[in-house]
Design a protein around this ligand. Structure first.
Ligand code: NAP
Length: 504
């Protein structure tokens, strides 16, 4: 079944066109025209979301679980068409889109189950102590309540799992918050067909249509209008450091600042300790090459930096990584802009003092090929720019002179989504010295593996100190991500009839 987008926005149940359009720029297949978003449409969507909140924010957990499940069913019913338009728009292979669809519907179903369980409400009760001296204690109950309309920015690199009905949307809807999505202009047709699935679920579940709107992109003023709209209560964002920081600052400058949950940049360093390099440096190098080039390196958890201690084992590792990267050919990137940004990141690294080229290649247009560079611990410590993300399949090996310098490199890191240790039994003492540093830097620390592949589950943390994210206390993946869209409210001496259903 081929899907031909009509190119309209979805505002509170109505498909709406606009005065101007932009053409999509698919990696292959036909381009389509899409209405350009406007601040006026953002205003309509936000007002409808606020209106819907008075109903949706008071639905039962059973009703919201049924709605999330219906969205998952409707996405599955459009599975083949979603894969077709998604592969055309993003250049990602069909198997990746199919896997990402499973992840998207899986997380909608996981949230349905999670809210039915009720633990996320964190219900607390301090019973009244009327005879307490010198003062009696009132009856105090606490529960987490939904915060109101949430703005979501679809991510370019996950057209399904971090976009229209992705993790941010699923968490907000599960919490009881209506959502206004600003679609990513790299995949507007994929956004439209997923919005169609959500609308079908709205109709079948009898949910107020203002609960979900999709405003297509096209112009920067849509994002600005959305994060500054007085009715928006929080923002979920995945994207660049520059874009995320601009929107974060707008949220902070509002007369009523609101939380901006941005997942921005990360270089995901791997520390490969001497015992592990000696025992299996070749296998780690091969595994690294696979993780680094997966999806043309367009993963926020892409492990761009490998740190190890100089010596013959380190040299063999570098050689092995170069050999493993060599046969990887050109892969299509998500957009022309992302491909151009990759090449300028490559030029920045290649042109930095003290950086040697290990493996080079040639790429142009919308393609990316792998590159591998090496530097010393000392050069790394002197050049902060080497720690900036290059979004794509580029690796940088940092050779530290000794354990102390490796620790210095770890201390110099900015906030990360992940930090990885490769270690053997003999490496435990060094790993114990690194751990207090790494756990201060990253949302997830892993051993003897690669950080690409983020499990959607209860324990996952996909976040970390700035600039990995703008809120170190939050995650954008896994069930804990619902906390971003909840707010604790304490009810003192309230009669049962006035308490929210979840406390009665
Ligand atoms: P982006 O440029 O940050 O854009 C993300 C979203 O924010 C888009 O909807 C964009 O709108 C909007 N936006 C950005 N700056 C804005 C501003 N100043 N005012 C209003 N809206 C703004 O990210 P991208 O397009 O996905 O990719 C570009 C770069 O982001 C990549 O090269 C890569 O470096 C990085 N990236 C990182 C991750 C990660 O997980 N860390 C993921 C994806 C991308 P428009 O589309 O209208 O511009």
């Amino acid at each position: 079944m081929t899907f031909t987008p009509h190119g309209k926005h979805l505002v509170a149940g109505d498909w709406t066109s606009g005065e101007t359009t932009f053409a999509s720029e698919p990696a292959h297949g036909p381009a389509h025209e899409f209405a350009v978003g406007t601040p006026d449409l953002v205003d309509q969507a936000c007002k409808a979301a606020e209106e819907a909140f008075w109903t949706y924010g008071y639905t039962s957990r059973e009703e919201r679980a049924a709605f999330l499940t219906a969205i998952a069913d409707e996405i599955e019913a459009r599975g083949e068409a979603i894969t077709e338009i998604g592969t055309q728009e993003t250049g990602l292979p069909a198997a990746r889109l199919q896997g990402e669809r499973g992840r998207t519907t899986g997380q909608l179903r996981l949230f349905a189950e999670h809210i039915l369980g009720g633990d996320y409400l964190d219900r607390r009760h301090d019973a009244a102590l009327p005879d307490r001296q010198p003062l009696p204690r009132p009856d105090l109950k606490m529960v987490q309540r939904p915060i109101g309309p949430v703005a979501v920015f679809g991510a370019s690199n996950f057209p399904l799992a971090f976009s229209t009905a992705g993790g941010d949307t699923a968490a907000a809807l599960a919490a009881g918050c209506p959502v206004v999505v600003k679609g990513h202009s790299a995949h507007p047709g994929t956004g439209e067909i997923v919005a169609e699935a959500i609308l079908a679920a709205i109709k079948s579940c009898g949910v107020p249509p203002g609960v979900f709107s999709l405003i297509q992109g096209g112009k920067r003023d849509v994002g600005t209008a959305l994060v500054t709209h007085p009715l928006i209560r929080a923002v979920g964002f995945t994207g660049s450091l520059a874009g995320g920081r601009a929107l974060f600052d707008l949220c902070a400058q509002r007369p009523d600042p609101i939380p901006f949950f941005g997942e921005l940049g990360s270089v995901n360093p791997m520390f490969i300790l001497p015992g592990a390099v000696s025992a299996r440096g070749g296998a780690i190098a091969e595994g690294w090459a696979g993780s680094l080039t997966m999806g043309a390196g367009q993963f926020c958890t892409n492990p761009g930096i490998a740190v190890l201690i100089e010596g013959p084992d380190a040299d063999a590792f570098v050689e092995g990584a170069g050999k493993a990267l060599e046969p990887v050919g050109a892969q299509t990137m998500l957009t022309d802009g992302i491909a151009a940004a990759y090449r300028s990141g490559r030029d920045r690294v290649a042109g930095s003092a003290g950086v040697q080229e290990v493996m080079t290649s040639t790429c142009d247009l919308r393609n990316a090929t792998p590159y591998l560079y090496a530097t010393t611990g000392m050069e790394w410590l002197e050049n902060e720019a080497l720690g900036e993300e290059v979004f794509g399949p580029l690796g940088l090996v940092v050779r530290a002179s000794d354990e102390a310098e490796m620790l210095e490199v770890a201390r110099s890191l900015h906030g990360q989504l992940t930090c990885t240790l490769h270690l053997d039994d003999g490496d435990t003492a060094l790993a114990q010295k690194l751990m207090p540093v790494l756990e201060r830097k990253a949302g997830r620390v892993l051993a003897n593996g690669f950080p690409t592949g983020v499990e959607v589950c209860d324990s996952m943390v996909h976040g970390g100190p700035y600039p990995a994210s703008t809120n170190f206390g939050a995650t954008s993946v896994g069930t804990l991500s619902i906390r971003r869209f909840l707010r604790p409210v304490c009810y003192q001496n309230l009669p049962d009839a006035l308490l929210p259903g979840d406390l009665q």
